[in-house]
Design a protein around this ligand. Structure first.
Ligand SMILES: *Cc1c(COP(=O)(O)O)cnc(C)c1O
Length: 359
């Protein structure tokens, strides 16, 4: 067996130790005589997996008592519609910050439910910056302020938590959750899909402050009503049990690495050396302003576009896969989430140098 270095933006690479453990426990989970996939979600074995999942996420992110943790379905994309429907209450406006493709989608999907005010946008700079936080126009009558902490496609990341001027701060953390410490108490709601930094596809984590519950529109299906799911431990219906289990294994792995502080140190080291290699070359270029460069997703172009196909083919032959950029932006993208080992980044850098030397 040879495993590649998988630079996919999501679903993405998982820690090998997690896959090994899942393999070992596949047919007989800890003496139960069955696979996690075959367990009743109401049975005591799965209930223990679910309880530990929440406990571990609370510990890793230091989630305060007055926040509920939900494990939902539908992906982060479903939340684009269900956040306004859950949080607006009797308000009619919500503020949004537009920094790339994902925040644009969040805005588009919120529009049927509210007046989506664009507090700031980096569109004019082709989404290569984070608009200066002091210039954001925040409407005090809005129900919340929404932003995307890491734009997975444009490779732009916030390096601080913005001040929402008293509004509940809502954040799509799908592609950088658990990659650095954050203070959950600064947020009203955090949401993230599982398939980038937390496991296999299939679970959407929603961390929501108690006082924001109970305002959901009656038109929302109960499985997407945060209050209903909070009352039912996210088990109003059958959850994606195996994805919950895998997320649990990933959280244990993060813990064993030293938690989010250790992850951050590694992510700084991995991304810094890749950006350094790009900046030092004449063939590769990343156009994101330096302070807003993502530690998770590193897009780059080849200044000689004609070499793109050859670059990708040669990279694959070297065991470096999924480097093709998003269809919207073109070029290349290396996604280097928590689970990408430093030696994967080293291998990519060596390959890029050698490719440049020979071309
Ligand atoms: C991947 C991603 C999404 C969409 O996730 P789905 O699970 O496909 O709905 C939303 N926001 C961000 C920032 C993402 O990276």
């Amino acid at each position: 067996m040879t495993r590649i270095f998988n630079f996919s933006a999501g679903p993405s690479t998982l820690p090998e130790a997690v896959l090994e453990q899942a393999k070992d426990e596949m047919l007989d989970w800890r003496g139960s005589g069955m696979s996690v996939m075959e367990m009743s979600h109401r049975g005591k074995q799965f209930m223990s997996i679910a309880a530990e999942l929440e406990t571990d996420l609370r510990a890793l992110m230091n989630i305060p008592e007055n926040y509920r943790v939900l494990f939902l379905q539908g992906g982060a994309s479903a939340q684009f519609s269900f956040i306004p429907q859950n949080l607006l209450g009797d308000k009619i406006k919500a503020c949004y910050v537009k920094t790339g493709t994902w925040s644009k989608k969040a805005i588009k999907d919120a529009k049927p439910y509210c007046e989506a005010i664009i507090s700031a946008s980096s569109k004019h700079g082709h989404f290569t910056t984070i608009p200066n936080i002091s210039s954001w126009e925040i409407d005090s009558e809005a129900a919340y302020l929404h932003y995307t902490s890491n734009e997975t496609i444009h490779g732009v990341e916030f390096n601080t938590t913005p001040d929402a001027k008293g509004l509940p701060l809502v954040c799509d953390m799908s592609s950088n959750i658990l990659s650095r410490p954050i203070d959950v108490s600064e947020f009203g709601l955090i949401y993230a899909g599982s398939q980038k930094n937390m496991g296999a596809a299939g679970v959407t984590v929603v961390i929501v402050r108690d006082d924001l519950l109970g305002k959901c529109s009656k038109l929302v299906p109960p499985v997407f009503n945060y209050s209903e799911q909070a009352k039912n431990q996210s088990m109003l219906n059958t959850p994606t049990t195996y994805s919950w289990y895998l997320m649990g294994l990933v959280l244990k792995w993060v813990q064993a690495q030293g938690g989010v502080t250790a992850m951050e140190q590694r992510n700084i080291a991995k991304s810094a050396k890749l950006y350094q290699a790009i900046d030092a070359s004449t063939l590769y270029r990343n156009s994101v302003e330096i302070v807003s460069r993502s530690r998770m997703n590193v897009p780059f172009i080849l200044t000689n576009e004609a070499l793109e196909t050859e670059f990708l083919t040669a990279a694959e032959a070297a065991g470096l896969n999924e480097l093709k950029g998003h269809r919207l932006t073109g070029g290349m993208r290396a996604s280097i989430y928590n689970a990408m080992p430093e030696k994967g980044v080293d291998a990519l850098i060596s390959f890029m140098r050698e490719f440049e030397r020979t071309h």
